[in-house]
Design a protein around this ligand. Structure first.
Ligand SMILES: *[C@@H]1O[C@H](CO)[C@@H](O)[C@H](O)[C@H]1NC(C)=O
Ligand SMILES: *[C@@H]1O[C@H](CO)[C@@H](O)[C@H](O)[C@H]1NC(C)=O
Ligand SMILES: *[C@@H]1O[C@H](CO)[C@@H](O)[C@H](O)[C@H]1NC(C)=O
Length: 494
């Protein structure tokens, strides 16, 4: 029954993937003309039992999300997005209440090494603006990364030309792509978009506008090709967060529009005579992933980068199905559920790259006596000295916190470390041990690699740890090895 509630929480924006933490007793499902349903929904059920003229008390034309067998007459669609399960009440979801024993078969590659082939690191082009914990392009630890995705460039809302985030970021493109001369195996790509591009503001509908117009696409393609040639980039990663999602500025046409955009981009890049790569990022939640036409877009991509991090954070407090309870943001159980959304659609695992975080999502806990996963939080933990944002800490900052005395507890099932300090501060993150578990998992599932958000949040230790678990050798650099970031260098000296 509880799972039905999840489906009904249309107000909750995020993460229907995540199971709700509902501890209250079973709610009252009965309703009448005078007694509204306590669930806050508009009817107590769907299908002929509730909606047929003789049976109905309110909202009689309501149609169920999917058809569990009572006929399309009572339903909006026969199947659920992404082939998730249709519950007997006519709602779509992935947990037991929806699926009732139906399971998803996941790819299996025991002893496989498929994920070792590719290690992609996103580089935050704005990181030099931090007061400390910076990583200049020349300080990027080389040898294990096969690809660096430079984050980000934007798309101009009017001309649809590639646009710099700002002069400081733009000044780094050539310095990052120049690393290819030190590490001949390295590829450097441009990541276009990012979460903030779809925030309210002038860029909010730019991706939708691009997806909906071949004229806009042509302008974008020419500008992108010039840009990639000028700055010596090898490919483009489109980070559209998120198509179709109304709360992210999306529209229904994005579903097929994104396919058109990527198909035409593939055709155009093919004409350049150089082999440019194309990837897109995917969210790890059913809520946002259902806006992607995965099957139709897959043939035109090199691979998908699935963002299996940020699964939880302070924003959970306003999501009705979750609430203000602290959970790890890179939880293996939930990563597995996210990947199952792909397996439900027969996506080739070799074209899936697993996201890893070199940072933690943090909370200030309500009570120092309740510090386990699932305990209540009031806010993000205090911002780190370098990253300065409550609710998030870089791996480098977490290492400092641990060195200064903190309690570190590994959650085996979630394959994540939970660090607590200063009585009520809490952060989940991945260290050498849990990164290895995630890499092993990526190999077990035959995935095509791992990707990291973000290179510059590491103090050099995590990439070394992850790299030493790979079955391929560190590439040999043609000049002196990169330095690890200097946490004390004042900004002016960089
Ligand atoms: C009304 O509900 C009953 C009992 O659930 C069901 O058998 C019947 O088919 C429904 N529809 C109509 C038109 O009566
Ligand atoms: C682009 O080129 C690749 C490699 O030659 C080819 O396999 C693919 O079909 C081409 N795609 C399109 C859309 O032209
Ligand atoms: C991991 O996810 C599972 C399933 O949602 C949940 O029960 C568990 O508490 C989570 N663990 C952590 C450490 O957040």
């Amino acid at each position: 029954m509880l799972t039905r509630i999840t489906a009904l929480l249309f107000g909750g924006l995020l993460l229907l993937l995540t199971q709700p933490i509902l501890t209250q007793s079973t709610p009252d499902y009965t309703c009448s003309l005078t007694k509204p349903c306590t669930l806050g929904c508009w009817v107590c059920g769907m299908g002929p039992t509730f909606c047929a003229a003789r049976n109905c008390t309110s909202e009689c034309n309501a149609k169920s999300e999917c058809d569990p067998g009572w006929g399309i007459e009572w339903s909006q669609a026969s199947k659920c997005p992404l082939n998730v399960c249709c519950s007997k009440f006519g709602f779509c979801g992935t947990s037991e209440g929806f699926c009732e024993g139906k399971t998803v078969s996941s790819p299996q590659c025991p002893g496989g090494k498929s994920a070792d082939q590719r290690t992609i690191g996103y580089y935050e082009g704005w990181n030099l603006g931090r007061s400390c914990g910076r990583m200049a392009p020349e300080d990027i630890p080389l040898g294990y990364y096969t690809h660096i995705n430079f984050a980000f460039a934007l798309v101009n809302p009017t001309t649809f030309h590639i646009e710099d985030m700002g002069p400081d970021t733009a000044a780094l493109y050539d310095r990052v792509s120049a690393l290819k001369s030190k590490d001949p195996d390295l590829k450097v790509w441009i990541a276009v978009g990012g979460w903030a591009m779809n925030d309210p503001g002038p860029y909010r509908t730019t991706f939708s506008d691009l997806a909906g117009s071949t004229t806009a696409q042509d302008a974008f393609f020419e500008s992108l090709i010039t840009f990639m040639r000028r700055h010596n980039f090898d490919g483009v990663d489109l980070d559209w967060e998120y198509p179709v999602a109304e709360d992210r500025g999306g529209i229904p046409g994005d579903y097929d529009g994104f396919v058109t955009l990527v198909r035409r981009l593939r055709e155009r890049l093919n004409q350049t005579g150089k082999v440019y790569g194309i990837t897109i990022t995917l969210p790890a939640s059913y809520w946002y992933l259902r806006g992607f036409n995965l099957n139709d877009i897959e043939p035109y991509l090199d691979w998908f980068n699935i963002m299996t991090y940020d699964i939880h954070g302070t924003w959970d407090s306003t999501v009705k199905s979750i609430g203000p309870y602290a959970f790890a943001h890179t939880n293996m159980t939930e990563i597995q559920q996210a990947l199952e959304l792909l397996w439900r659609n027969n996506i080739n695992p070799g074209r899936v790259v697993l996201g890893l975080g070199f940072y933690g999502r943090s909370f200030t806990m309500k009570s120092p006596d309740c510090l386990q996963a699932g305990c209540e939080f009031t806010d993000g933990a205090r911002g780190g000295e370098c990253t300065g944002t409550p609710g998030v800490l870089s791996a480098a900052e977490i290492n400092t916190i641990i060195a200064n005395g903190a309690t570190v507890t590994m959650d085996e099932a979630a394959a994540v470390q939970i660090v607590t300090w200063d009585s009520n501060q809490w952060v989940s993150y991945d260290d050498a041990v849990t990164l290895k578990k995630k890499l092993d998992y990526a190999n077990l599932r035959c995935l095509g690699g791992t990707m990291i958000w973000a290179i510059d949040l590491d103090d050099g230790t995590l990439i070394d740890a992850l790299g030493s678990d790979l079955s391929r050798e560190k590439s040999v650099l043609t000049s002196r090895p990169a330095r690890i970031p200097d946490f004390d260098t004042p900004w002016e000296e960089l």
